[in-house]
Design a protein around this ligand. Structure first.
Ligand code: NAD
Ligand code: UGA
Length: 468
């Protein structure tokens, strides 16, 4: 029979663990939820009296305000969290490996393994252990081996895969009404019972027909597959945007036209300066690595091309900027609007804006960045990492950070839109134009400006995927 879950622990208080388990606490007042993390500063921010949380997500503060201190707790006491819980989410980071076997492709499973070992080392009672992190296919097997080899007598561990499909910027809405919740388990009676225990937690707010239960390996692979297919759509539309620019077709119209085919559908077809975010690239590379280790080189090459097209798109865009500004931007002043990888988040991981700024710096341009949510400290960290051979003080001679779009654009030759923040749709372009050097250029990497209106004001405009 399945265990009724009353205490949940989540290891990892990041972009996934934090919002996901805060929503579980909100929707299940009868369950005590403790989110633990080794990072003291992060936990302190989750606990901050004025709700100055470590991540920005629309609606998140409201959720935390309602549940924190009631049945939602944040702590650095990982061991106590593990010991008290009957169900444990492992929601730690799984970045791309930087060195060793599979460097640049394979997922670094060190954090997952350390968390798993900790569970085995300190648990006094049986637990359901849930993989929330995105992991390569068959990671649950390794977790089970580690848990079984290190557990105390009488402690049983059932392992589930429950990948997360939320997108940043809409995390709370996605968690409140997910398209689906996916739970993978072994098809043994124990595995199925554990699966039912977790399904019951979600059933507090997710309609039963949206809770899908499958085998462990299918669940793990479905997560990589979903991200790969989403990213593939973006690379496909971006590849077409290059054709549009060369022919005078308009990618917005093309996307609209093909999206009307109900088999293709209208979503996720927005051409852009390239996709960013911590997961798409990482998960595809992970799939490439998996395919190669399974001796499937054609499959690996197929998925690798999705990432290559994305790299091409980012550099193609910065090249358009250089070409249009009379083939040189040396000594020129460029405003970059947006630094986050998408709107409504302060997250900059793999943001295309970083690549653009790096390209502009290597052409020795001066760059001024404005983003409504990204901290200055983060911008400096990202640029230092992107330009490892340039001392930060030299980067700071070429880059400034502005507090508004208008301030960023003043006395510049060109404006580059890198993130689709709503406030950039509402820019008073007439005023911006008056303050810019002439000829004034706008490069829109997110298709948010009305090119005709801007041209009437006097701007020279290039919009991604438009030939005119
Ligand atoms: P993150 O880096 O924001 O958070 C991970 C947290 O885990 C960090 O705060 C880290 O300190 C903590 N941690 C690492 N090892 C630990 C340990 N042994 N004990 C306690 N704490 C530990 O990462 P994230 O963006 O939340 O992603 C987590 C996982 O979820 C990844 O596998 C990612 O691929 C996946 N995912 C992310 C998203 C997203 O939108 N960011 C969406 C779906 C899935
Ligand atoms: C993505 C997936 O959408 C989530 O389902 C998944 O859970 C998550 O990855 C993950 O595994 O981490 P996320 O990266 O947060 O979520 O954001 P997306 O909305 O998918 O956007 C990713 C990137 O693609 C952004 O840079 C965005 O600007 C870009 N994008 C998106 C486009 O260029 N065009 C589009 O049509 C859509």
């Amino acid at each position: 029979a399945s265990v009724k879950v009353t205490k949940v622990c989540c290891i990892g208080a990041g972009y996934v663990g934090g919002p996901t388990c805060a929503v579980i606490a909100l929707k299940c007042p009868h369950i005590q939820v403790t989110i633990v993390d080794l990072n003291q500063a992060r936990v302190d921010a989750w606990n901050s009296p004025d709700f100055d949380l470590p991540i920005y997500e629309p609606g998140l503060v409201d959720v935390v305000k309602q549940a924190r201190g009631r049945n939602l707790f944040f702590s650095t006491d990982v061991d106590k969290g593990i010991q008290e819980a009957d169900l444990i989410f492992v929601s730690v980071n799984t970045p791309t490996k930087k060195s060793g076997v599979g460097a640049g492709f394979a997922a670094d499973l060190n954090y997952v393994e350390l968390a798993t070992r900790r569970i085995a080392a300190v648990a006094h009672s049986s637990k359901i252990v849930v993989e929330k992190s995105t992991v390569p296919c068959r990671t649950a097997e390794s977790m089970r081996t580690i848990l079984e080899a290190n557990s105390r007598p009488g402690c049983r561990f059932d392992i589930l895969s429950n990948p997360e499909f939320l997108a940043e910027g809409t995390a709370i809405a996605d968690l409140f009404s997910p398209d689906r919740v996916l739970i993978g388990s072994l098809q043994s009676p124990e595995g199925k019972a554990a699966c039912e225990s977790l399904a019951e937690v979600y059933a507090n707010w997710v309609p039963k027909e949206r809770i899908l239960t499958v085998g462990l390996w299918s669940s793990e692979l479905s997560k990589l597959a979903a991200n790969a297919m989403l990213a593939q759509r973006i690379s496909s539309i971006n590849a077409l945007s290059a054709i549009c620019e060369a022919t005078g077709a308009n990618i917005d119209e093309v996307a609209h036209a093909i999206g009307f085919d109900s088999r293709i559908g209208p979503k996720f077809l927005r051409a852009s300066v390239g996709f960013g975010g911590s997961c798409f690239q990482k998960d595809i590379l992970n799939l490439v690595y998996l395919s190669e280790s399974l001796h499937l080189p054609q499959v690996a090459a197929y998925w690798r091309q999705v990432v290559e097209m994305n790299e091409y798109q980012k550099h193609r865009f910065s090249k358009t900027v250089v070409d249009t500004l009379f083939n040189t931007i040396t000594g020129k002043h460029i405003a970059v609007l947006g630094f986050a990888f998408k709107a409504d988040t302060g997250d900059t991981r793999e943001s295309p804006a970083i690549t653009l700024v790096r390209d502009f710096l290597s052409e020795r341009a001066y760059v001024t960045i404005y983003d409504p949510k990204v901290d200055d400290v983060q911008i400096w960290l990202d640029l230092a990492e992107a330009c490892p051979n340039v001392p930060l003080e030299n980067i700071k001679k070429q880059v400034t950070i502005a507090r508004s779009s208008l301030e960023a654009c003043k006395n510049k030759e060109a404006v580059v839109i890198a993130t689709e923040w709503k406030e950039f749709r509402e820019i008073d372009w007439q005023t911006v134009y008056e303050h810019m050097n002439k000829p004034a250029f706008v490069f829109d990497g997110r298709m948010i400006v009305d090119a005709d209106v801007l041209k009437k004001i006097g701007f020279k405009v290039k919009v991604i995927g438009r030939g005119d």
